[in-house]
Write a protein that binds this ligand. Sequence first.
Ligand code: ATP
Length: 302
Amino acid sequence: MPVIEVDGLVKRYRDVTAVDDVSLHVEQGQIYALLGLNGAGKTTLIRMLLGMITPTAGSVSVLGAAVTAGARSAWARTGYLVEAPVAYPELTVRENLELVRRLRRLPGGTDEVIERLALAPYAERRARTLSLGNLQRLALAKALIHAPDLLILDEPVNGLDPAGVVEIRTLLAGLAHQHGTTVLLSSHLLAEVARLATRIGILHHGRLLAEQHADQLDQHRRRHLHLGTRDDTAAERVLQAHGYHPHPAPGGGLQLTDEHALARPDQVATVLVQAGVPPTRLLTEEEDLEAYFLRIVGADHG
Ligand code: ATP
């Protein structure tokens, strides 16, 4: 049974359709990333998963229970972080966590979660004195304190420095792999998400445009062969005569997207050498992740 099941979900605010007929399934142990630009509808979707706002249409079920306003059966097994990280500013990191621990009636202390989120050096500091990155860590500690089966995180790496991003990535991957924790997170950074998520859903203008396994991303990204020569015009003629379709590359040189050129760059080189215009450069380039993401999203505009 999927841990999260969303079916035909819609949220309309007067003339804005924030979430438009979204259906998705998240399986146990998956790290599912909702990827989208600002305003794509990520936060609205996440709030509906948590029963914080009521959908205009459609249904959500989490950990086997339907999510409706006031239905809290799944909450004991869910940890979440939505929008800006919040904490009681005058309480210390430890006191903030202690409060959550008591509210959740958890045995033991807060040392373990403080350690796990690398918050030990700040444990006795008031929350209002923390950097955004450490405040985000505290918010994650609150989400994780009860070892939930499901974590729902809106932009969890927002405000973290590169080392912090790596730490959170390692932490989440460890939870999913070792404890079977299911994670649903949102982000606007595909490159970041590609390293962490097992499955990615691209959300744009409230619609789920594409869904794919992270390890399939490579297959969907465009590739081309980039050629440098001393005489691009001559090289272009030679390649055309051999059935290739070269075109000028943006920064000089030639580009080939023909499948047989990508599969056998050595043959391209041989043809050019034999014609007396040997390549000075020959390399396969792959569309970077952000370019890929923008292309998918751009497809929506026709
Ligand atoms: P961001 O990364 O900027 O937070 P997001 O992907 O989380 O973006 P949402 O916050 O879900 O996007 O917003 C989706 C759309 O719904 C936006 O156009 C937003 O202006 C609109 N919206 C969200 N909440 C409301 C509201 N309470 N009333 C009216 N419009 C809203």
